[in-house]
Design a protein around this ligand. Structure first.
Ligand SMILES: *[C@@H]1O[C@H](CO)[C@@H](O)[C@H](O)[C@H]1NC(C)=O
Length: 434
């Protein structure tokens, strides 16, 4: 289960990635001053910024400070992460997610934590409306297993601030990135979603509901609870794409309890995680991917036992065309006002047969499956599809050698273009026609 989208998993990964994270701090630490906001609709708000107290980029603000800042401040200024550039060519009818292939060899090498690309915090694609619908059906059925908040911490108001600032950051991102589809009226505080043909009076609704109804991605907010010695606690979120667990069973728990599934790590990991989080600044958000090979497109699977049982055998009815690469693309960033940290996840599915014309990908995945850390692969449960996927990868690899896009006997390691592959952009643009 190690590489599923769950928080304990991401957290576990972050522990493994700590030494790397330290390097990340030391080396990628290019001091960037907050970029001015170029979007005309938001300019008014920027004028509030010079009055901000000097909490940037690590400390949370006091309630009095937050109140004085008022609604809808400029988050590019508050966080030091610039707004995304407008993506005018983008067309929601044909858009495909970028083809993330976060495979690594040597496997243990790094956590492949990289700095978030500000243009890609949220990423819309042609499944936008169907995914929103699918997610709302999951919500109707499972309710607080999907969206919830936990207010039993020493400063419960911070949870509400975090939810609201997440909503505001989402609005600013969407309007700046996809101006053809989203507009925010800063005098009436009305958000227009042209894809759905709907308006939202954003301060009259629950901010988590707003995010849920406009972004088909998962979010989880954690923040330190003084009442529990400053441990980071999972306080709010919406998670639809979990497999084998659900938000309802994790909310309100401290990080150590969340990944209690890996018992031997508990004590050590919890402290390291809390330390790592306490140092994460608003201007250094992180992105990474985890992956799995699955049958079909299982988005939300409630109840781990049934699911695990299905994965404990090799089903001989599985066909090559049933196999899908599931990538969970994850980002992690500190919220500037509440001091919370928000994880964001999206599950992306790609037929494994797509690897055919992706240079080096079949060879790399085959290597990882054959020689990767057995413990990790066991967690992933890839064994239950290996009888189908390994011969398939081998065939694709041989074909790439014949075609001259991959050399026989070439050393297999993480691709230079990671998390993508050579020529990905051309293939991706052809697929989505822009
Ligand atoms: C609130 O949290 C405290 C400390 O974690 C705990 O002892 C208490 O039982 C909780 N109260 C409720 C109503 O859950």
């Amino acid at each position: 289960m190690l590489e599923y989208t769950s928080i304990y998993v991401l957290s576990a990964s972050f522990l493994v990635g700590l030494p790397f994270a330290v390097l990340l701090y030391a080396y990628i630490n290019s001091r960037r001053s907050p970029k001015p906001n170029r979007d005309g609709t938001l300019r008014i708000l920027k004028e509030k910024s010079p009055n901000l107290p000097p909490a940037y980029p690590l400390k949370a603000y006091t309630l009095a400070q937050i109140t004085s800042i008022g609604p809808f401040p400029c988050y590019a200024t508050l966080t030091g992460v610039p707004l995304p550039e407008p993506y005018h060519a983008f067309d929601i009818k044909t858009a495909k997610p970028r083809p993330y292939r976060p495979f690594r060899w040597a496997y243990h090498q790094t956590m492949s934590l990289t700095r978030l690309e500000p243009n890609w915090w949220l990423e819309l694609e042609d499944t936008y409306s169907t995914r929103l619908l699918q997610r709302s059906q999951i919500l109707q059925k499972y309710k607080t297993k999907i969206i919830d908040r936990h207010l039993n911490i020493s400063n419960p108001w911070r949870v509400e601030v975090a939810c609201q600032e997440l909503m505001e950051m989402v609005i600013q991102f969407l309007c700046s990135r996809y101006p053809q589809y989203f507009h925010f009226d800063t005098s009436k505080f009305v958000f227009l979603n042209r894809i759905l043909g709907r308006e939202f009076e954003v301060y009259k609704m629950d901010p988590l509901d707003f995010v849920f109804q406009n972004v088909p991605e998962d979010f989880a907010i954690v923040m330190p609870d003084d009442g529990r010695g400053g441990k980071y606690v999972f306080v709010a979120g919406m998670i639809c794409s979990s497999v084998g667990w659900d938000l309802g069973e994790k909310i309100g728990k401290a990080l150590g309890e969340i990944h209690g599934v890996v018992p031997e790590y508990k004590e050590k990991m919890e402290r390291s995680m809390d330390r790592y989080f306490s140092k994460l600044t608003t201007d250094k958000p992180i992105q990474r991917g985890s992956w799995d090979i699955v049958v079909g497109e299982p988005l939300f699977v409630c109840g781990g036992e049934k699911f695990n049982k299905r994965r404990s055998g090799q089903d001989h009815n599985i066909k090559e065309e049933d196999l899908t690469l599931r990538v969970d693309w994850q980002t992690l960033r500190r919220l500037p006002l509440s001091g919370g940290i928000v994880f964001n996840y999206k599950a992306l599915f790609t037929p494994v047969k797509e690897f055919e014309d992706e240079p080096g990908v079949p060879a790399l995945v085959e290597k990882v499956l054959r020689e990767g850390n057995k413990k990790i692969l066991e967690y992933k449960g890839t064994w239950h599809v290996e009888h189908v996927v390994l011969p398939m990868l081998e065939r694709m690899k041989r074909r790439q050698v014949e075609m001259g896009v991959w050399e026989e006997g070439k050393e297999v390691r993480t691709l230079e273009e990671s998390p993508f592959y050579r020529g990905w952009e051309e293939k991706w643009r052809n697929q989505q026609e822009f």
